[in-house]
Design a protein around this ligand. Structure first.
Ligand code: ATP
Length: 577
């Protein structure tokens, strides 16, 4: 909870001014019962009617003052809360952006969504409203108790007997509620993940007729959340009557003992009425105790979750004194590189030399480590052993942004934003001139189909590019990568959804860019056969290496693959003939 004060400090005036207003407000509230007492004792009982107008006027001024100070308090606390919420969400999002791939491998999107939305809202609610209200209630209690002691200390002492019990209840309730809220927050994240995954994969769910099962799974998680909320409700319900009882008990005590004091003339009726006015100021904070503890515990649980993410140290960091290569020309060297995910070894002692402007293809069975190998070049992950040099400098010594700017990657899993086609293509090269955009579109073979669309480049596509074919989505990702004009280009199975003709056209366009180093991961011979070097990976080891002719002559894995794929083509040709 303490760490939130660092955020609040920045807006201290936005907290100080409403706090001062709050003091004035409480001060005015303390005068009200006293005036009522005077009206009863001096005007009604004492017959000093000439004082009535003045006293009523004072009451009106107090009411007006209350309205003004109340407004300032309300508005500024709320404003401060909005600012703190804004900063917290921004910092959380910025931090999430700095986290490496590894973090996202082990954390669900739904959970991250929960933290950046609901949890920040819980904090905002407390900072902007509940905390101020809580403070106000504490001061009301202090001020009203002081006034009560001032009017009649014996009666005040009797009333405050309930305070230790209330304190005990509040602390106990906070402990129980904090645990309950942590569980709720975790379950909420799970439910969010379930909903997010189901909605993102709705087409798969429908195509496999899994709606019923998915509904069942969602209901199960939803029910767990319901049960946890019920548990929280029970805790609240368990404490609430006790708090209510104690708060009303003090009122009964006042009427009872105060009545005796009035009968014994130890107190006037006006003083008793004034005293009762202050007691009612105590009753409200007591009644709110449950609600306040509830909100504070919820905020505390949310803060814990938020700061847990904020405390995640990015495993892949920018070096303190980055070294830039003399020239960015696209040379890549793997020196005895070993890589593992956790304990699982993925790549074994890989040595590889990729010359600037050359084309290197990587093939191999699924899971042989092709993507993992490519992911090490832009430092999506760091090697476990050995080093990777880009243009002669270890990637870990280079400025991360600069390094990644020098590499364009078309990932296996195409992702398009729900935005216009233009924005999707320009993503990462926002300043690119129109001619370059058109050139990239032509090279990626998207120019023609985009021209045919009613709104051309301004066509908005749905999340993940709904409304486009798989091949069209891949081609847009290729256009995006080509536009970046980086010296290194990585295609991770980027043409798998394209027909051979389109794939061939794109290859031709790539060959035009002789100064770019091309790393092509593919399963089809047609996509790799013209590469300067073809690498066959098996279980993280280099099985074969060489150009097309050399590998054919070796009569190994590549040769067999070629035979199989060519066999299909021959068969196809025969059928056509
Ligand atoms: N984020 C990850 N965390 C843990 N293990 C992973 C992760 N990504 C991949 N792996 C594992 O690493 C191994 C190599 O995966 P990789 O994606 O590099 O293979 P690949 O050759 O590119 O496969 P494909 O041809 O199917 O794309 C696989 O056994 C896979 O299960």
């Amino acid at each position: 909870m303490k760490r939130i004060f660092t955020y609040m400090k920045k807006y201290k005036m936005l907290f100080i001014i409403p706090t001062i207003s709050m003091f004035f407000l409480i001060g005015l509230d303390m005068i009200n019962p006293m005036i009522t007492g005077v009206i009863i004792d001096d005007v009604i009982v004492g017959g000093e009617f000439h004082r009535l107008n003045g006293l009523l006027l004072l009451l009106i001024f107090i009411t007006l003052g209350r309205a003004v100070f109340g407004y300032i308090r309300e508005f500024l606390f709320d404003y401060a809360g909005i600012q703190v919420g804004l900063d917290l969400r921004r910092d959380l999002f910025d931090h999430i952006q700095s986290l490496p791939f590894e973090y996202f491998d082990k954390t669900n999107t739904g959970e991250i969504m929960s933290r950046t939305t609901r949890d920040v809202d819980n904090v905002w609610e407390v900072v902007g409203f509940v905390a101020g209200f809580f403070l106000e209630q504490i001061f009301y209690v202090i001020a009203a108790t002081t006034m009560m002691f001032f009017i009649n200390w014996q009666l005040a002492l009797i009333c405050t007997l309930v305070f230790p019990f209330l304190g005990y209840l509040a602390v106990k309730m906070d402990r129980n509620m904090s645990t309950a809220y942590e569980e709720i927050s975790d379950q909420d994240a799970k439910l969010n993940t379930k909903a997010q995954e189901n909605i993102a994969g709705v087409r798969l769910v429908k195509s496999l007729n899994r709606e019923k099962l998915e509904k069942k799974k969602f209901r199960r998680e939803n029910k767990k959340l319901y049960q946890l909320n019920l548990k929280r409700n029970n805790i609240l319900g368990n404490f609430h009557p006790k708090i209510e009882f104690l708060s009303y008990f003090s009122t009964i005590l006042v009427v009872l003992v105060g009545g005796v004091f009035v009968i014994n003339e130890q107190m006037t009726i006006g003083s008793l009425v004034a005293f009762n006015g202050f007691v009612s100021m105590l009753v409200w904070p007591m009644r709110f105790l449950g609600w306040l503890t509830n909100s504070l515990s919820r905020c505390n649980a949310s803060l814990k979750k938020i700061f847990k993410i904020m405390d995640e140290v990015p495993g892949i960091k920018n070096p303190e004194n980055p070294v830039s290569p003399e020239r960015r020309q696209g040379a890549v060297t793997f020196e005895n590189v070993t890589f593992q995910y956790g304990k699982e070894k993925i790549l074994n002692h890989i040595d590889l030399e990729i010359k600037p402007g050359s084309t290197i293809a990587i093939m191999g069975a699924t899971g042989s480590g092709k993507t993992s190998l490519a992911n090490l070049i832009p430092r999506y992950y760091d090697t476990s052993q050995g080093q990777i040099l880009v243009d002669g400098v270890d990637v870990r010594k280079q400025d991360l942004q600069e390094l990644r700017q020098s590499i364009s990657v078309v990932m296996q899993d195409t992702f398009l934003f729900s935005d216009t086609l233009l924005e999707n293509i320009k993503f990462g090269s926002e300043e690119a001139p129109r001619e370059e955009i058109e050139e990239a579109m032509k090279d990626a073979r998207v120019y023609d189909f985009i021209q045919e669309m009613p709104q051309g480049l301004e066509t908005i596509i749905g999340e993940r590019g709904v409304g486009l074919s798989g091949g069209q989505k891949q081609r847009i990702s290729i256009a995006r990568a080509l536009l970046k004009k980086s010296p290194i280009l990585i295609f991770d199975d980027a043409t798998s959804a394209l027909d051979m003709e389109t794939e061939y056209q794109i290859q031709k366009a790539l060959n035009k860019r002789g100064d770019i180093t091309k790393i092509i991961i593919a399963h089809r011979i047609s996509a790799v056969k013209d590469a300067d070097e073809i690498l066959i990976l098996r279980e993280g080891n280099i099985l074969e290496k060489g150009n097309h002719h050399r590998l054919i002559n070796q009569k190994g894995y590549y040769y067999n693959l070629y035979k199989n794929q060519l066999g299909d083509v021959t068969l196809l040709n025969k059928e056509v003939i």
